[in-house]
Design a protein around this ligand. Sequence first.
Ligand code: ATP
Ligand code: MG
Length: 364
Amino acid sequence: MHINEVKIENFRNIDFMGIFPHKEINVIYGQNGQGKTNLLEAIWLFTGCKSFRNSKDSELVQFERENSRISLSFETELRENNAAIFIDKKRTANLNGINLSSPRELIGKYYAVVFSPIHLSLIKDGPINRRKFIDTAISQIDNMYAKKLMYFNHLIQQKNALLKNAVENPSLLDTLDVWDEKIALSGAEIISDRINYIKKLKSKATEIYNGISGEKEELDIKYLSNVRYESEEKKDIARIYFESLKKHRPNDLYLKNTTSGPHRDDIEILINNISARKFGSQGQQRSASLSLKLGEAEIIKDLKGEHPIILLDDVMSELDITRQNYILNKMTEKQVFITCCEKETVSRLHAGKVFKIENGKAVD
Ligand SMILES: Nc1ncnc2c1ncn2[C@@H]1O[C@H](COP(=O)(O)OP(=O)(O)OP(=O)(O)O)[C@@H](O)[C@H]1O
Ligand SMILES: [Mg+2]
């Protein structure tokens, strides 16, 4: 998949910008604070997901403007598409002239993968970001998964409310078995989907990391569940999860919270068999999170037959020349937008277009 044209109006510091990107490499360079990441953010929004900077939609509209509009023409194997996003108090979208009931309907029509410095938290920070990464990645390729996840979270909320209300109304506790059964079945679906995704991701990301590190280091990824299932059969996971919910019940009643299940799981990322989070260097952590993201892109390609648009924000800093070269060489046959401060950083890329961004405008 590739973008033929982007038009942006009243978005962050961009009054108006219209560009015709190259089919493969697009280098976006300029000084700090000029609007490079803003451009990537606009292109990202067509995935139907939230901003990768975790901003609210209202923060995306240019200061002192009422609303913002972004349009994109993008080409898939099948056809040329025109999509537009309109951001007012909330975000709405249309695709090929048809208004969508929600921007999330763009999921499955348009694919992008983004790597920005924020994604280093994938390795460095606590498990929430890693769960969010895997949940977003699976949701992009499987729209049933997002629904399953919403249902599971709903069950957990309902059960936690029950645990609180039971103080005044102890008869509510009679229904706990029923809730735990539902939670176990629904949670097993989530765990099983995540296990399968991690298997695919591991095979892609370890190969990419191998290349980035010049075969000197090895990446490993493991799904770490607090549900101690013995086999990966959904039925088995559900049974063990149900037992675990029962075992934790006295503690959960005390805390008024459900403490076991996939909402507490994590992904372990190892470099040469030691934790990347605890012991990895900055360059290693960056290489590992980048490998996960590029692995995600390859899974989309395998399943959907289309390369997603690849957005790389400030990816080169902290990487040595060997690592930089590998990444640059990996970027053929797909459309890539890569930002940096000095265009010399990517001068080793011969084909493609270069855009200089200054004060919210493309000046080259
Ligand atoms: N809603 C908004 N309205 C107007 N300007 C905004 C808005 N949100 C952010 N900005 C401005 O956009 C600029 C930041 O742009 P951006 O993050 O794209 O910079 P950048 O070129 O990626 O810089 P760096 O190299 O430091 O990453 C800031 O100057 C910020 O004040
Ligand atoms: Mg930036």
